[in-house]
Design a protein around this ligand. Structure first.
Ligand code: TMP
Length: 208
């Protein structure tokens, strides 16, 4: 049997990653894998409380980064690592790359500070695979405009999301070994086809 893997889904709000995550998990389960689906911020009782605060309460950008990583520490120790040890694959809707994109790119928190937090909270523990759903900001904004309620991040300006997108692409460039870039501006069917062709053939699905 394959060693259990940790897979993360990333992208700007409106890229459609959550829809594709559901389908992807279904495919993994059909192939006989036990899969735990989780999310950030969140994934634990404490993390879900922090999510409520983070998505609704305005705060200093660095406080936001600290809370994201506090929730993450709890998530890794209480949920992600124990599941992997039991042979369960873990698929998370966002992880640390989101902090580099949103708090780093979007809010302007220094990358060196985020790297310190990353080192403190999970040092060498990184996803085995990260799917980055990339989309032009105006297309993502159009998709988001169909939502009835928008959280504190979704209400940000287009310029904020442009910075988030660029920071994600920078992360992709610097960690290309674990990233797969998905063109999320295509139709959902095309994205699915692309996922089937490129992602499910990835070496991590063949490792023993
Ligand atoms: P979601 O809408 O994908 O569930 O994510 C909630 C919001 O949280 C999303 O707008 C991105 C933001 N976020 C950060 O700003 N930093 C982080 O580290 C994470 C995990 C999410």
């Amino acid at each position: 049997m394959n060693k259990a893997k940790f897979i993360t889904f990333e992208g700007v709000d409106g890229a459609g990653k959550s829809t594709h995550l559901a389908w992807f998990v279904e495919v993994l389960r059909k192939s006989g894998k036990k899969v735990l689906v989780t999310r950030e911020p969140g994934g634990t009782p404490m993390g879900e409380c922090l999510r409520e605060i983070l998505l609704n309460q305005s705060m200093h950008a660095e406080a936001e980064a600290l809370l994201m990583f506090a929730a993450r520490l709890e998530h890794i120790e209480q949920v992600i690592k124990p599941a992997l040890q039991l042979g369960t694959w873990v698929v998370s809707d966002r992880f640390s790359d989101a902090s580099f994109a949103y708090q780093g790119g979007g809010r302007g928190v220094k990358v060196a500070k985020l790297e310190q937090l990353e080192c403190w909270v999970h040092e060498n523990f990184q996803p085995d695979l990260t799917l980055l759903f990339d989309i032009p900001v105006e297309v993502a904004r159009q998709r988001l405009s169909k939502n009835i309620t928008l959280d504190r991040f979704e209400q940000e300006e287009g310029t904020f999301f442009e910075k988030v997108r660029q920071a994600y692409l920078e992360r992709f460039k610097n960690h290309s070994d674990r990233f797969v870039l998905i063109d999320a501006s295509q139709t959902p069917e095309k994205v699915k086809e692309n996922l089937e062709k490129t992602v499910l053939c990835h070496p991590i699905f063949k490792e023993r």
